[in-house]
Design a protein around this ligand. Structure first.
Ligand SMILES: [Zn+2]
Length: 186
């Protein structure tokens, strides 16, 4: 097994137990002898921890990222594809299995200190709720991230995203955004 054959996905598959036994053994063997890949594995593990920490409790479908978690992802060499969407806009996006898709939802007015929730309606009219998403105050945006594998599983269609400000029982819509997602062809 050569260094080039070992991608970020190889490590993830390995940790998830999704690699065939022989592949897993080859990978382990390589890590024992190759300092570069061992370091890469360490960095990715660190990123995975950051992601886990950034993940709202009980949520696995998407991650809301703080600016520092996002910077760390990219510093660790995880390929990221960015999509910036303004209020009322529809932006086209396409999934690539080896990339993280990060969607930046821009807020027109600087967010206050209130709680912000996100809701995503999928092309199949399922709604996924994210409570208390993290806000990048400096950029005035909320960033949602999905691993490529997960995005790829989505059929083509429009994803509608809504950001709402919540205070007590009151809920005010801050913005609606749309992603026109095209599924990858195999
Ligand atoms: Zn190597």
């Amino acid at each position: 097994m050569s260094c080039e054959q070992i991608t970020a996905k190889s490590f993830v598959d390995y940790w998830c137990g999704d690699l065939a036994t022989t592949d897993a053994e080859e990978l382990e063997e390589h890590l024992f002898t190759c300092e570069d890949c061992a370091r890469r594995a360490g960095e990715l593990a660190r990123t995975a921890m950051t992601l886990r920490d950034a993940m709202p409790r009980g949520e696995v479908a998407s991650l809301t990222l703080t600016r520092s978690a996002l910077d760390r992802l990219e510093r660790d060499g995880v390929p990221v594809r960015h999509y910036t969407v303004r209020r009322g806009e529809t932006v086209a996006c396409q999934a690539t299995p080896d990339h993280f898709s990060v969607v930046h939802l821009r807020l027109d007015t600087p967010p206050g200190t209130r709680r912000i929730d996100a809701a995503i309606e999928t092309a199949q009219a399922e709604t996924i709720h994210y409570e208390q998403v993290s806000i990048n105050h400096a950029d005035g945006e909320v960033s949602l991230a999905w691993p490529g594998e997960m995005v790829r599983a989505q059929p083509s269609g429009i994803l509608s995203l809504t950001l709402s400000e919540v205070e007590g029982m009151e809920r005010r819509v801050l913005g609606k955004y749309r992603l026109s997602h095209s599924a990858a062809e195999d």
